[in-house]
Design a protein around this ligand. Structure first.
Ligand code: SOE
Length: 383
């Protein structure tokens, strides 16, 4: 059975979705919708996709389309996901799921009371070495976990001439760096440890209080190429470039993480280090085919992504043998493999393995607790 799917939003991340979907069996991208009719037509032609839409309500009426990927700016997710669920389509939505808790609660209620598949693209979980780490923790190899630290650093918004819709709270939501990349880090933290964050304490910084907004909109990461744009308007910025978060988790676990979109040279680097009573372990997305394992009484180890060495639960997320590296685009392929498998088989509907709208709501709750902490300058309990 082949599921016919549509991708809405043809910016950086929409193209990542299409590329990953094209590498999978059992799914076909039959339709696309971009920000303008001209762009949609051009991209559809390049990609060999037959149907183009310029309006999502019309797209949702197409009975051929069974699932939709929502890859638009954050403020559009709620309305589009809601209408798609009501039209009986499976929904795969980019993160953050919405820009408010109320919207996320509403979507989660609607999605969980339906028979439809609902997923949020927390793709980071799908690095094989992170699946391995999860399994090692689950099997007690690290001992009792007591501390977690890390960061998610980027540099594509380093200069005040770097501009993207994400810097404006009207499109991105109240927080930017925390919601955009911190949500990935927290989703990973909770899914890998199996523990929930219970309290947060935040400190934000907006390095550029104003930015030069180009008069013609730039796509994500295109800002790097376009930073010399001469036609711009100076606008105030109300979202954070940088943040530090202290947190407490269940079982007495303590930790902290830093997010930044203005850290020169760190293009898109996620780092996590977990300390347990027997061993510690760390993962660096710049070297995703390795897992560092720290020992107190022996040599430290570097584990390689080799299917013959991985736990079986992690092995199913590695498609190539040792020495054949897998990276960022493969995480989407693995995530979509799980989602479309669930669609075809109903197998994962109970105890879902991929991130669902419930996880999307969870991240929204964490991000809003972090915002609250920043504004009230105190520890906030995560409800
Ligand atoms: C931009 O910060 C971005 O594309 C994020 O939105 C993605 O979630 C991340 O994977 C890469 O960077």
């Amino acid at each position: 059975m082949t599921v016919k799917t549509a991708v809405i939003g043809l910016g950086f991340i929409g193209m990542v979705h299409i590329e990953a979907l094209k590498r999978l069996n059992g799914v076909e991208v039959v339709a696309v919708m971009g920000s303008t009719a001209e762009k949609t037509k051009r991209k559809a032609k390049e990609l060999g996709i037959s149907k183009c839409f310029s309006d999502y309500l019309t797209l949702l009426k197409d009975p051929d389309i069974e699932a939709v990927h929502i890859c638009t700016p954050n403020h559009m997710h709620y309305e589009m996901a809601k209408k798609a669920l009501l039209a009986g389509k499976h929904v795969i939505c980019e993160k953050p799921l919405t820009i408010s808790i109320e919207e996320a609660e509403d979507l989660n209620k609607l999605a969980t009371s339906s028979e439809l598949i609902h997923a949020v693209c927390f793709n980071i979980r799908y690095y094989p070495m992170l699946q391995q780490l999860k399994e090692m923790i689950r099997q007690g190899e690290l001992g009792r976990i007591y501390a977690v630290n890390g960061s998610y650093l980027q540099d594509w918004l380093l200069f005040d001439s770097d501009y993207n819709w994400r810097v404006e709270s009207a499109y991105s939501g109240k927080s930017r760096a925390v919601a955009d990349v911190g949500s990935h880090w927290m989703d990973l933290l909770e899914s890998v440890t199996g523990l929930g964050i219970t309290e947060v304490m935040a400190d934000f910084s907006t390095v550029h209080k104003t930015r030069k907004k180009p008069l013609e909109a730039a796509e994500t990461y295109a800002a790097i190429v376009n930073s010399e744009a001469s036609r711009y308007q100076e606008v105030p910025i109300d979202t954070e470039d940088y943040a530090n978060i202290l947190f407490r988790m269940g079982n007495g676990v303590r930790g902290s993480f830093t997010v930044s979109q203005v850290h020169a040279g760190r293009k898109n680097r996620l780092y996590i280090e977990i300390a347990g009573t027997r061993q510690s372990a760390s993962f660096d997305s710049e070297h995703p085919n390795y897992l560092w394992i720290g020992n107190r009484d022996g040599n430290n180890q570097v584990m390689i992504k080799d299917t013959s060495l991985l736990h079986p639960e992690a092995r199913r997320y590695a498609d190539y043998p040792g020495g054949h590296n897998e990276g960022y685009p493969d995480t989407f392929k693995q995530l979509f493999k799980d989602i479309y498998h669930a669609m075809a088989s109903n197998e994962y509907r109970d105890g879902i393995s991929y991130p669902s709208f419930t996880d999307g709501l969870r991240e929204q709750t964490l991000c809003e607790s972090i915002n609250k902490s920043q504004h009230e300058r105190k520890w906030i309990a995560v409800l």
